[in-house]
Write a protein that binds this ligand. Structure first.
Ligand code: DQA
Length: 155
């Protein structure tokens, strides 16, 4: 089983970026946690971070026939990107959305998630732990569904 974990804009600045909201741990530490979790679960993983919407769309397209599941924190593109939503729908690879913060309790402009509409589940407000839970959930989901097509849900 192979997963692609995608992190969107400004997540590379974790540790320095608004630590009151996103915590004091670095992006390197997050990558380590993702890799350790996948190793423990016997899942192969690629981790990708970009500040560019088109690069994220390209990476999702490259996952076609190459990856069993996607974990994605689209960061600010969560609230704007129909392109990322369409890319996830186009490849139809089961995807799980993650947010470090509890987006629902934040500003009005954060109350919509376009990519989330193509994800089978969203984990939010759990910090780094949300990624661990997303990986475990996706592994179970794929085992049960036999890698079936992505359903459409929203939060
Ligand atoms: C975020 C929440 C988004 O609203 C924000 O733009 C981010 C990070 C999170 O992980 O909590 O960049 O996706």
């Amino acid at each position: 089983m192979k997963f692609l974990v995608i992190n969107g804009p400004n997540l590379n600045l974790l540790g320095r970026r608004e630590p009151d909201i996103y915590g004091g741990e670095t992006y390197a530490r997050l990558e380590e946690l993702i890799r350790d979790t996948c190793l423990r679960e016997g899942v192969e993983v690629e981790v990708f971070q970009s500040n560019h919407e088109g690069a994220i769309v390209d990476r999702i397209q490259q996952a076609l026939d190459a990856v069993d599941g996607i974990v994605i924190n689209p960061a600010a593109y969560t609230h704007t990107s129909v392109a990322i939503l369409d890319a996830l729908k186009a490849v139809a690879i089961p995807a799980v959305e993650v947010h470090l913060s509890d987006v629902r309790s934040r500003e009005a402009f954060r109350q919509v998630s376009y990519p989330g509409m193509a994800c089978v589940r969203t984990f939010m407000g759990l910090g780094f732990e949300g990624y661990r839970q997303a990986i475990l959930f996706l592994k179970d989901y794929l085992a049960q569904r036999g890698g079936g097509a992505c359903s459409t849900v929203s939060w």
